[in-house]
Design a binder for this molecule. Structure first.
Ligand SMILES: [Zn+2]
Length: 327
């Protein structure tokens, strides 16, 4: 343990790393406690690797000093350099990260997800070209990650050895593998992409984690997981500046979602529409450029309306949404 490390005892230090993705730079964090924890890694690029190493060096540590690498969720900008860090460090994260981090032992995992989504997209009115563009984009995205098996699978409420006074919070919605850390005494959080100050985090469409299970209604999950964080005093995010007034931001996000859902409902009006039809009407040309994100965003809000019985869906070969008419 170096002098510098002692200086940082009980502190949280941010290292910002560039990504080749539209979201911009990602923040990873060092937590200096009884153990030394790195939260997330950045993507697998040469530039990110150098920036991560330089960031650690600034605090007088290197990969071999880390006791744990804690991953907030499975997206490549957060887990990209896992294999490299894991050579000398235990990897901790949500228990559902297991197949993501050990694809060799879960060869069907990705295949089943792709098959589910392909079928799902088409059932909601998507054409072949857009559906396969999304799959290809996702596969390319995953090449920015080189993974290693999960050593410490975590569940909601768990505590990590060497990190006294903190607990794990399952914060699903943005990803089905998402977790955050919360410090008990002052409710400070390190929260990955759960809450971001300058952009609204997407509750992304994902297949059921277990084949044959029910599709997670990710926006509904996300809203519940945000409400769990209303007591947070400060949130260190995966992107951008820390959130200094988490409760106000959460209320704002919930309100924006309600507004967007109401707008989508008005777009449907008296019509009977597929989710893709609603997405096109909402996003126009952006749908052609980003079918995956725009569809996912729309579907989340349709789920929200459906859960409130403000929308009904007819589940035939092609699923269609309609606003129930009062008589
Ligand atoms: Zn993410």
């Amino acid at each position: 343990m170096t002098e510098l490390w002692h200086d940082h005892q009980n502190q949280i230090k941010e290292i910002t790393i560039d990504t080749p993705f539209q979201v911009g730079p990602v923040n990873v964090y060092l937590i200096f406690s009884d153990a030394l924890i790195l939260v997330d890694t950045g993507p697998k690029t040469a530039e990110a690797r150098e920036q991560l190493k330089a960031g650690l060096r600034k605090y007088g540590v290197s990969f071999k000093d880390l006791d744990y690498l804690l991953l907030t969720h499975h997206h490549p900008d957060h887990i990209g350099l896992t294999a490299e860090v894991a050579e000398s460090t235990k990897v901790a994260g949500h228990h559902r990260l297991i197949p993501w981090l050990d694809p060799a032992h879960h060869p069907d995992f990705l295949k089943q997800r792709i098959a589910y989504l392909d079928h799902f997209y088409k059932r909601h009115g998507m054409d072949e070209a857009s559906a396969s563009a999304i799959v290809n984009q996702n596969l390319k995205y995953m090449t920015y990650a080189e993974v290693a098996p999960l050593n410490v699978p975590l569940h909601d409420g768990d505590r990590l050895d060497g990190l006294p006074g903190w607990h794990v919070m399952e914060t699903l919605g943005h990803a089905q593998t998402h977790l955050s850390l919360m410090r008990d005494n002052d409710q400070v959080m390190v929260a990955g992409d759960h809450l971001i100050r300058h952009i609204s985090s997407n509750a992304l469409l994902e297949p059921p984690h277990e084949p044959g299970g029910e599709r997670p209604r990710t926006l509904l999950q996300y809203r519940e997981a945000m409400k769990k964080c209303l007591s947070a005093s400060k949130v260190y995010s995966g992107h951008g500046e820390p959130v200094l007034e988490p409760a106000a931001l959460i209320q704002k996000r919930l309100y924006e979602q309600d507004q967007k859902a109401a707008y989508l409902k008005s777009l449907i009006g008296q019509e009977v529409m597929t989710a893709v039809g609603v997405t096109r009407k909402m996003y126009k040309g952006l749908y052609d450029r980003q079918p995956g994100l725009t569809f996912s965003e729309t579907l989340g809000h349709l789920d929200l309306l459906e859960s409130r019985l403000e929308l009904s869906v007819s589940e035939e070969d092609i699923w269609r949404y309609a606003v129930p008419q009062k008589d």
